[in-house]
Design a binder for this molecule. Structure first.
Ligand code: SF4
Length: 332
């Protein structure tokens, strides 16, 4: 049987931010593999390091970000040959020309941050294809119409003439997804893609991403603070806390056999479909640790009802619970 190779392999990634009041250690040694055709979720509260990790993949962290350690190997085909590059070693120009928007595409929370309000939908859809795939305007227009149809937008020819403000929030996010898929990427990164939308539209956009992922066979990294979303979409789940992955497993492991007290807390906070206040979703008592300081022992110890003496003195390693299921907790 042919050996499966990950499309993306992150090892020991550590990222900090230099602030006027000291260094913030946002990501503290993250490992992650993403295979073709699979959806890997990263779940955690805001400030857990999930968005910083994926923005580092794309080379779009804030100017005060410092990569302290790590590699991010990305595997793709170029001119018929398989290539493996460390994304952290590529220049900005190489990232722009070879990777961003072409082989790795990203969908953000707010479609208006990705769309240019002064340009028509058609122009925004065709620009990337003209640049990366060297399509003629006529061919790019044709493919743009097909893409709009694929993401469920009616009358695509007419919609191409619209500006973003003429579309609803849900339609704008569909357009962003169409743009992200326009150059046939190997990896799609979705950073809270439904959080800004109302609940019924959220469900439709999630279903759309899931359908497209299965149809196109691409790898997806899905970032969310909402475990309920993950249940529908992910094959594998990384639960992130204070810059580390504290539990990893299949969706079934995390939902039916979770092993980390933080994951238990997140599962207790899964919102119902009629949840009105999205900000109140996570209700684990206490606050995450101060990311300026070195963390001694388990980062979750001050919020954990099961904390023992060892949790204050030693950092829990990733204990193997079962095949492909790990948890950083001394209960195991
Ligand atoms: Fe709680 Fe200790 Fe497990 Fe950390 S290691 S989650 S403090 S029991």
């Amino acid at each position: 049987m042919e050996k499966r190779e990950p499309v993306l392999s992150m090892r020991d990634l550590a990222v900090s931010f230099q602030a006027s009041f000291g260094k913030i250690r946002a990501v503290r040694g993250v490992n992650m593999d993403v295979y073709p055709g699979e959806t890997v979720a990263i779940v955690g509260e805001s400030g857990s390091g999930k968005s910083v990790s994926v923005k580092t993949i794309m080379g779009i962290t804030a100017p005060n970000a410092v990569i302290e350690s790590g590699t991010i190997k990305f595997r793709f085909k170029e001119n018929g040959k398989e290539q493996v590059v460390d994304l952290l070693k590529l220049s900005k120009k190489e990232m722009q020309h070879r990777i961003k928007g072409k082989r790795i595409a990203m969908v953000f929370q707010d479609p208006m941050t990705s769309l240019d309000p002064t340009m028509t939908i058609g122009r925004q859809l065709t620009e990337g294809m003209r640049y990366h795939l060297h399509l003629s305007q006529a061919d790019a227009d044709k493919r743009a119409e097909e893409l709009l149809e694929m993401v469920g937008i009616e009358s695509p020819k007419e919609r191409m003439k619209n500006y973003p403000h003429q579309l609803s929030g849900g339609m704008r996010q569909r357009v962003v997804i169409a743009i992200a898929l326009s150059c046939n990427p190997d990896l799609l990164i979705c950073d809270e893609p439904t959080t800004a939308l109302d609940v019924t539209i959220q469900a439709r956009i999630l279903q759309l991403i899931l359908n497209l992922q299965k149809k196109l066979g691409i790898a997806v990294i899905f970032i969310t603070h909402n475990l309920g979303v993950v249940a529908k979409i992910a094959d594998y789940v990384n639960v992130m806390y204070a810059g580390k992955i504290i539990e990893y497993g299949t969706s079934d492991n995390i939902f039916y056999d979770p092993k980390h007290p933080y994951t238990w807390g997140l599962l207790g906070s899964i919102p119902q479909a009629d949840q009105k206040n999205k900000e109140a979703l996570i209700s684990i008592k206490g606050t995450p640790p101060d990311l300026h300081a070195e963390i001694t022992g388990c980062p979750f110890k001050h919020r954990c009802s099961y904390a023992m003496a060892v949790c204050h003195e030693h950092r829990p390693p990733a204990f193997e619970i079962g095949e492909g299921h790990t948890a950083r907790c001394f209960l195991h």
